[in-house]
Design a protein around this ligand. Structure first.
Ligand SMILES: [Zn+2]
Length: 442
């Protein structure tokens, strides 16, 4: 694809049931409005359909035969114009699904950064904004132009765990709770992850988290295991197979400094060595802080622990990965929002969410002046059934209620920024994170 063009990448997932409704000339006469509530209906593997779309930008449609079609603009109504185009859409994996999304980009981004707040639902975001700034909607990423809500159910349950949800985002496939990027249910084969997919396209990758580095969310991006508890196998997958260039987080739980050193990783275990690390000195970097999850930010007064904060790990990862002229994929996880919410501890949850925002802010500072990077902020699921009932002002913890000590199935937020513009239409599911990214490079 050519840089500099407005490119509309369209992926359409189709229900077979309604396949007769919108095809060929019938669609040309009726038109299809791609909006938040309309699902596209398509009959076969590929199909040409006629569609109208709302956008505040002139559009070029990307079709599967690599041709571009200029869209006729038809005037502007309060900053929104409509265009008509012939598009070729395709099903993914030959499977018929009911969702569609549309992304408008000014160029194919070089870098993709995915930030996941584990357990960070809408109410966790709201509570953190109230505490930090006195008003809801005030975290930095809440001002992103494009936002959506996202479903998170797994193959085995309406309520996902981190392994299944991270697998959905890393591979585009729903698996059973507890499974890491293996086709279960299914034939048990390994599902290609974004780390592997982008590595084949010359991009470096990094996994950064505040949990131990072999925990479920990073593990779904860097390993293939039947159970999230196979920690040593996950670590061996990292250093022997997927080889992310950056592995930063808590140590232990299967990973050792001997293991990463012998695999060619520049390995550090304390903050001073970490901050002094030369980002150009190696291709592979491992930081293993302690032998469990990293400390909660609420307990993290200066000098308490010889470990960096998530924001510092994020900044270092960017400096390292940016050495690759072909770009990179970086996963940043605020991993302990979830743990605080399992304990129904709003103070800890808010501190963890604000540290997650700080990490995002480091990314935004790094992105300033760049147009080659897409940034996606989301969550794997909500934890605790949190509900904010009273704003007690800036610097005061809000009054809240909790409905559970486990995860819930409510939709979670997704925020998009970068490479000028991204638009997400339609019902959005966690599997679409994979397609939104992988489609950029196909
Ligand atoms: Zn959890």
């Amino acid at each position: 694809m050519k840089k500099g063009y407005l490119i509309l990448i369209v992926t359409v997932f189709i229900p077979l049931l309604l396949s007769q409704c919108v095809t060929g000339n019938q669609a040309a006469e009726e038109g299809i409005l791609l909006d938040k509530y309309r699902k596209i209906v398509l009959a076969g593997e590929t199909e040409t359909i006629h569609a109208s779309v709302q956008s505040n930008r002139p559009l070029l449609w990307y079709s599967s035969d690599e041709s571009y079609v200029t869209v006729t603009q038809e005037g502007e109504i309060t900053g929104v114009s409509s265009g008509n185009a012939v598009i070729t859409a395709k099903t993914v994996d030959g499977a018929y699904k009911t969702y569609c999304y549309v992304t408008v980009l000014t160029e194919i981004p070089k870098n993709v950064i995915l930030c996941i707040g584990d357990g960070m639902g809408f109410e966790q975001v709201k509570a953190a904004g109230i505490f930090e700034n006195g008003t809801e909607g005030s975290l930095s990423f809440e001002s992103f132009e494009y936002q959506n809500d996202m479903t998170t159910f797994s193959a085995s349950s309406a309520i996902t765990d981190s392994a299944a949800s991270a697998t959905a985002m890393a591979t585009g496939h729903k698996v059973n709770n507890g499974v890491l990027s293996i086709e279960i249910p299914g034939d048990g084969s390994e599902l290609e992850t974004l780390v592997e997919f982008l590595s084949q396209r010359g991009k470096r990758s990094g996994l950064v988290t505040t949990t131990h580095i072999t925990n479920a969310t990073p593990a779904a991006f860097g390993s293939h295991e039947q159970s999230r508890t196979y920690y040593e196998a996950i670590a061996l997958d990292y250093v022997g197979s997927s080889k992310p260039n950056v592995l930063f987080g808590g140590g232990g739980f299967g990973i050792t400094t001997e293991m990463t050193n012998s695999a060619g990783y520049h390995t550090v275990t304390d903050k001073a060595d970490f901050l002094a690390t030369d980002p150009t000195g190696s291709i592979y970097y491992s930081a293993q802080f302690g032998t469990e999850n990293m400390p909660y930010m609420y307990d993290y007064t200066p000098g308490t622990y010889p470990y960096p904060e998530l924001s510092e790990m994020t900044e270092k990862a960017l400096a390292i990965l940016d050495q690759d002229p072909d770009g990179f994929f970086l996963l940043v996880e605020g991993g302990r929002i979830d743990h605080a919410c399992h304990d129904n501890n709003i103070e800890y949850a808010i501190y963890e969410t604000i540290e997650f925002e700080d990490a995002v802010d480091r990314v935004l500072e790094w992105m300033e002046g760049r147009s080659d990077t897409v940034l996606i902020i989301t969550a794997d699921h909500e934890t605790g059934g949190l509900s904010v009932t009273s704003n007690n002002g800036q610097g005061e913890f809000p009054t809240v209620t909790w409905s559970t000590g486990y995860h819930t199935g409510v939709e979670v937020p997704v925020y998009l920024s970068g490479s000028d513009e991204n638009i997400v239409f339609g019902d959005f599911d966690n599997t679409h994170i994979y397609y939104a990214i992988s489609d950029l490079y196909e």
